[in-house]
Ligand binder design. Sequence first.
Ligand code: HEC
Ligand code: HEC
Length: 244
Amino acid sequence: MKHGREWSLGMAVGIALGGMIWSDSGQAAEQVSSIARGGRLYDKWFEVTGAPEPSTAHPAYPPSGGYADKAKDTWRCKECHGWDYQGKLGAYATGKHATGIVGIGRLNQGDAATVVKILKNDTHLYGDKLAEQDLSDLALFVTQGQVEMARWIDGKSKEAKGDRQRGEAVYNTICAGCHGKDGQAVQKMPPVGKVASENPWETLHKILNGEPDSKMPALRALDPQIAVDVLSYAATLPKGKPGQ
Ligand code: HEC
Ligand code: HEC
């Protein structure tokens, strides 16, 4: 009896502490990894699940869009809704990625079950492509995982509102092991400095959630300011291939 009581007291303290740690964001610890996985699914779900790449364009993708001939890309959430989650009101308002489609901001802090319904609707058609767990992680990302990009990245100058020096220390300890101190070590992608300066929204999304087909860590459990500091520093790295 006594034992049981101590145990439940310990539990209560543990729960209270857990609540304190996450009270900032209101997110339970176990949700954070689901949200990050949802973020990677938003990026490129078929690389996360291992499903076959779609071979015909998404029916909701406008035939006049710049990626209409790249079937699998038209199925990526980011292709229609943007790395900044703003759709036609954000970075994809113009240019090759423009589709005229809305962003996902309205569902930020919204109801996850509603998002699952949207993903199964006749516009989206993901019901037979994604498992319930995938749909629920995506819904968690949409409702709990959207960062307010405009708060962290200046839309015009594309400059991140972070501390480069703090970012350098984090970059050199967490990122450089794979990407190299100069950001040029992963051969199959453009240098980190190029991606971070040209597409800070994509870079912040990937720093927070990870990269779909790699072991790149997700920094989502940390204060978003840390990810933004890394982004600020990453944008100062060399933009050319090694030797350039
Ligand atoms: C080919 C383009 C396309 C892709 C890919 C796409 N969507 Fe959408 N999405 C739309 C369109 C069009 C709408 C608005 C009209 C509708 O819902 O019928 C929309 C609406 C939404 C909404 C509701 C927005 C609002 O304000 O009502 C959410 C949330 C959403 N999509 C999430 C996603 C997620 C998550 C994915 C990836 C699994 C995704 N979408 C992939 C085209 C797309
Ligand atoms: C475990 C190794 C690893 C670590 C650690 C890592 N990454 Fe990555 N990262 C990768 C791999 C692999 C890719 C995917 C390359 C590809 O397939 O295009 C990638 C992709 C990226 C991309 C996207 C490039 C593109 O155009 O697709 C960016 C930006 C990036 N990483 C930045 C970072 C930053 C910043 C950190 C530190 C917070 C970091 N990475 C930590 C391995 C890692």
